[in-house]
Design a protein around this ligand. Structure first.
Ligand code: BGC
Length: 774
């Protein structure tokens, strides 16, 4: 445990990080320098979370440029007319006003003698150590640690230790619950009651302005016995003020234990007393024991999820650990009415909304490490079928049209308008909610991957059936007859720079697959053929699927090939910034061969069994130079398709670029939250790209293609009720399974129970148990 009070307040010798290092020396993320340009980036990257509660890693002391943030999964509210429903940025628990001998502590003043922040992925504990000389010339060590518990849903703990050097000093610290926090100025909460119980427990009760949800925040701050304490409640801040005069070398300590509870679906007057009980209990247990309990819960989680890589580049293991740390933090395992937001629980970006990112980029990780979580994510959609049917009906269609952006109610939450053109005052309509319909088939695709990986009959008879049938019905009604063939008009594919087009290959192939899945599921369940099945058969026979040209390139849509190309070098160099839109209007971009993100390449990724490697390679070569990769969902997919084509160097380059979306040096790229899909894609790249895992005709295929830089890749993998563990080197693949399982290694069927090693290289394998696969 890192004890800030130990060793004169220095954190470096903390036991907790020794534990962390023992587990893996690379599983930390370090901020070595204080740089205000990076405040918000690190507040995102180092955010703490447990799937229910997310807390941005802002500094305790205030900086005008840092955006604080604390979110509770599923707690959304709309601030008023013309506003969009958003994940509420809750009252702040992190902030502290620190005064050292009358001087306000801020790293923008005085002198920084030492600075280091380190997030330990294993324990989830964030530690900061600062040595600071005040303007008056007195040195202080200010150390803090904090974590969100992985064992108790509402728990956030923070510990602060301030040591005075160079003579006596008076330390004043004010902290508590600060409800002046807003979502960029939009206030969602009304203060209902503020209390201090037993001269110790602060509690604030808040209700969303629409009276629909309650939130209760409580905290207890235990300080050194010599400190004097008082309380205040003013201007939405409920605070404990602590003061202590320190002799040289003496330390002021503060241990803040906070409990957050929310009832998103209805006001709950009883919640406050339950929350107070939970807080009292935690405060009694104390920071060290609470951290130990949380670390143990994380240890168990990591055991079933961790991907280990032995690479020339140390950053590779760090990227994987970073990704998985956030995949854990962002996933609301406790609540099937919540799903994973595009920024997880780390920032206000995308207003906490849920996109296709969840089913396509995030669900596979859960499916193969904790299948019940994948099931729950699909149930979130199933529970929201009513809203999806309403949206379809509004458009004049049947079945279910899921909202492009979803929150809690299942209704469409996409803002109607995007950024304003401040010269004209005009706002651009957001077209995705109107025409980006591929999401419907993406959800069906996810249902199919769930079914293949789990064989969960009960799910497929109820939730799976409803999801497949209602999504299929949407496509049946969405298609139009053009001279005897069915076409899908006025859609937007994944490439959002090409809007309102006909016969987008991605959408059409996925819609076809969606209807085929529904038809097949009916057959499997023994549902008698009816008008629906007949319609499905007709759709499958008559839907137009764009065909590849002689050179193998599949047209993205009907008009794509007829559009001009321009030199994209400049825009590709600043991928992610949408800089092309500074030079061209959206309408102009629409009329050129410019892709925001993988589209046909995305199709190759989603349905690999439909296209051979030559086709995949031809499309990669055609579309990649035309793709800016302005979406974080793009590069990793190109990488996986490249890996499947055996283009290892290219695949690795893309994978690394995907890691850099959040972990790269750009100062502001992640300010408003993590790129959740990109973290999922880091896992996808390792497992589906380099390990070459794919499912074809319901069979599990492993076709490894390790990059040169990697010597070994190892990971756990759940498949049809079996727990597998795979270890891949350039020469061999070792599979361990806790029960009989059949898989295809480089397309050869093998059966494994217990452990078997297979030779992947032409060299003679020295392992006695080895089976040659090539
Ligand atoms: C991408 C979408 C994605 C969304 C949320 C957009 O920029 O184009 O594909 O779903 O971001 O991550």
């Amino acid at each position: 445990m890192a004890d800030p009070a130990a060793g004169g307040g220095h954190l470096s010798g903390g036991r907790n990080r020794e534990v962390c290092r023992a587990m893996n020396p690379l599983t930390t993320l370090v901020e070595a320098r204080f740089d205000p340009h990076y405040h918000n980036k690190y507040a995102t990257l180092m955010a703490a979370g447990n799937g229910a509660l997310g807390v941005r890693a802002t500094h305790e002391e205030a900086y005008a440029t840092q955006t604080r943030g604390m979110f509770f999964a599923g707690l959304y509210h709309r601030a008023g007319e013309g506003e969009t429903t958003e994940l509420v940025n809750l009252p702040d628990l992190v902030g502290m006003d620190i005064e050292l001998n009358g001087e306000i502590f801020s790293l923008l003043g005085g002198e920084i003698l030492r600075y280091r922040r380190e997030l330990c992925f294993a324990s989830g504990e964030l530690a900061r150590i600062v040595e600071w000389r005040s303007a008056q010339g007195q040195r202080f060590t200010i150390a803090s640690t904090r974590f969100v518990s992985a064992a108790r849903r509402g728990l956030f703990c923070l510990r602060l230790a301030i040591t005075a050097h160079d003579g006596a000093a008076t330390v004043r610290v004010a902290t508590g619950i600060d409800a002046t926090q807003t979502n960029s100025g939009r206030q969602h909460l009304a203060e209902r009651e503020l209390r201090v119980f037993d001269n110790c427990y602060l509690q604030g009760r808040y209700r969303t302005l629409d009276n629909a949800s309650d939130v209760t925040l409580g905290c207890a701050c235990r300080v050194s016995p010599q400190a004097q304490v008082s309380f205040s409640a003013k201007n939405r801040r409920l605070l404990q003020h602590s003061q202590q005069t320190l002799a040289t070398g003496e330390c002021f300590t503060l241990e803040k234990c906070a409990w957050v509870s929310a009832s998103p679906d209805a006001p709950d007057d009883g919640a406050a007393s339950v929350a107070l009980r939970a807080l009292r209990e935690c405060a009694t247990v104390g920071y060290d024991a609470l951290l130990a309990e949380s670390s143990e819960a994380r240890r168990v989680w990591w055991r079933h999820a961790r991907v280990e890589v032995d690479s020339e580049n140390e950053a590779d293991q760090q990227a994987l650990d970073f990704a998985l740390y956030h995949l854990h933090a962002m996933t609301p395992r406790h609540d099937e009415r919540s799903s994973i937001a595009a920024k997880g629980l780390t920032g206000e970006g995308y207003k906490g909304h849920v996109f296709w990112d969840t089913e396509v980029f995030l669900l596979p990780f859960h499916l193969h490490t904790a299948p019940s979580v994948a099931r729950q994510l699909l149930r979130y959609r199933w529970l929201n079928l009513t809203g999806a049917k309403r949206k379809a009906a509004r458009g004049g269609w049947q079945g279910a049209l899921f909202p492009w952006e979803s929150a809690r109610s299942g209704e469409e939450e996409t803002p109607e308008f995007a950024a304003i053109n401040i010269r004209t005052g005009q706002r651009q309509k957001v077209a995705s909610a109107l025409a980006e319909h591929h999401l419907v088939a993406d959800i069906a695709w996810a249902v199919a991957t769930y079914w293949q990986a789990t064989g969960d009959d009960a799910f497929m008879a109820k939730e799976g059936r409803a999801l497949l049938e209602d999504t299929a019905r949407f496509w049946l009604s969405r298609a139009q007859d053009v001279n005897g063939r069915l076409e899908l008009h006025d859609v937007i594919g994944p490439d959002e720079y090409t809007e309102h087009i006909n016969n987008n290959a991605y959408t059409s192939y996925l819609a076809h697959y969606n209807v085929a899945l529904a038809r097949e599921n009916h057959r499997r369940l023994g549902v008698p053929d009816d008008a629906f099945t007949a319609q499905c058969e007709d759709f499958l026979a008559r839907l137009y699927l764009p065909v590849a040209r002689a050179d193998g390139v599949i047209p993205q849509d009907d008009t794509f090939f007829s559009k001009p190309t321009i030199d994209l070098t400049r825009y590709r160099a600043s991928a992610g910034s949408q800089s092309v839109l500074l030079d061209y209007s959206r309408a102009e971009v629409n009329e050129m061969q410019i892709l925001k993100q993988a589209d046909v390449v995305m199709l190759l990724y989603m349905l690999p069994w439909r296209f051979d490697n030559a086709t995949a390679a031809a499309n990669l070569d055609y579309y990649e130079p035309r793709t800016i990769h302005d979406s974080s969902l793009s590069k990793a997919i190109h990488g996986i398709v490249a890996a499947r084509c055996g283009r290892r160097d290219e695949a690795y380059r893309f994978w690394r670029a995907g890691c850099d979306i959040d972990l790269g040096d750009a100062p502001h790229s992640s300010d408003d939250g993590i790129h959740a899909a990109a973290t999922g894609a880091i896992w996808l790249g390792a497992v589906q790209g380099f390990a070459g895992i794919s499912v074809k005709a319901g069979e599990l295929h492993v076709t490894p293609s390790l990059p040169q830089q990697w010597r070994r890749l190892a990971f756990p993998f759940c498949w049809q009720g079996r727990q597998l563990h795979l270890v891949i080197t350039h020469d061999a693949l070792t599979v361990r399974s806790d029960g009989a399982v059949r898989l295809f290694i480089n397309d050869t069927a093998v059966d494994v129970e217990g452990e078997r090693t297979f030779c992947l290289s032409a060299d003679v394998c020295k392992e006695a148990t080895c089976n040659r696969m090539q």
